[in-house]
Design a binder for this molecule. Structure first.
Ligand code: ADP
Ligand code: MG
Length: 301
């Protein structure tokens, strides 16, 4: 089988954890045995998120007195692709993967007039209480929104149109190489009169993973995150993981725009347009989610 697995940035660095390198390496190490097995048994493409990581780099860049303006999000996304890709390459090899694995620095084409530029929804960086979030927003020109009980910065998240390096990834995959592709959703770029140029946005990695899965004719799309699956009555005492569901059943419900919303939309779109299978589950249960024994398993009918 050919499988596309997306790893949540919030699963690599959980809410409330200090953004240490060692903590994230530990989460990569926990998930690596299951991912290495998937890479051995199947053709595997790994996509990863970067919300917490890119937000931290943005804070650091804004605080750097030696530069006249912070690095744009396009540059910062490329930086996160490097470090998270390196962690994954090392984690997979240390977990026993003997076939090659590479990270492709990847650009994702978006439309300059995507409506999300006027309505940012993508959470980046750390969580604040409401008062601190509004202070930081006023001081730095940010937009902030509630993410569960906490508040976080949000940036534009335009829909991915095309993966610039897709055919290189296909060639690598067909040659037996596991590919870490479009990390953080890919570096967001637009077409200009002078060619491609980076923009201030972070593309949602779930939508990118679904696009990659469709374009590469994958058999399975797996979205791994920090909860056990899509929950009914989420946030209430009655919350429970939905196991086997159809795309229609999920699409009849509503989910928050910056978190579970894009996962459900991306997984259902993949299932409905390709007739293939998708699942949403916990990074900590990666093997079982891939094997169909855990998480929310989504079928067309
Ligand atoms: P990732 O970094 O993996 O993309 P997100 O924060 O974007 O993580 O999405 C996962 C989060 O979605 C969960 O941690 C949870 O707080 C939130 N969420 C919102 N609604 C639901 C729901 N109905 N079921 C499960 N999780 C939900
Ligand atoms: Mg997310």
């Amino acid at each position: 089988m050919r499988i596309v697995v997306a790893l949540g940035g919030n699963a690599l660095l959980r809410r409330g954890e200090s953004p240490e390198s060692a903590i994230q390496l530990e989460h990569v190490a926990e998930a690596s045995p299951a991912l290495a097995k998937a890479a051995t048994d199947h053709q595997l493409v790994l996509v990863h998120g970067n919300g917490p990581q890119v937000g931290m780099l943005a804070l650091e860049s804004a605080a750097d007195p030696s530069i006249s303006r912070p690095y744009p999000f396009s540059d910062l996304v490329a930086e996160t692709q490097g470090v998270i890709g390196y962690w994954l390459q090392q984690g997979l090899a240390n977990a026993g993967l003997t076939t090659p694995v590479v990270t492709l620095v990847t650009q994702t084409l978006v439309e300059a007039d995507d409506p999300s530029f006027g309505d940012p929804t993508k959470f980046v960086g750390t969580a604040y209480d409401e008062e601190r979030a509004h202070q930081l927003a006023d001081a730095n020109g940010w937009t902030v929104r509630p993410d569960g009980p906490a508040w976080r910065r949000v940036v534009a998240s335009p829909l991915p149109q095309r993966i610039i390096e897709l055919e290189t990834a296909r060639t690598l995959l067909e040659g037996g190489t596991t590919v870490v592709l479009a990390g953080g959703g890919g570096v967001p770029v637009v077409e200009t009169a002078h060619g491609l140029a980076g923009v201030e946005a972070v593309v949602d990695k779930d939508h990118v993973a679904a696009l990659i899965a469709a374009e590469l004719q994958a058999d399975l799309l797996i979205l791994l995150t920090d909860v056990d699956g899509v929950m009914a009555d989420y946030g209430t005492l009655q919350q429970r993981v939905m196991g086997e569901v159809t795309a229609d059943e999920l699409l009849a419900l509503s989910f928050p725009a910056g978190s579970m919303g894009p996962k459900v939309a991306a997984a259902c779109h993949f299932v409905q347009t390709t007739g293939k299978h998708a699942a949403i589950g916990a990074l900590a249960a990666a093997g079982d989610v891939i094997g169909g024994a855990a998480g929310t398993q989504i079928r067309g009918t």
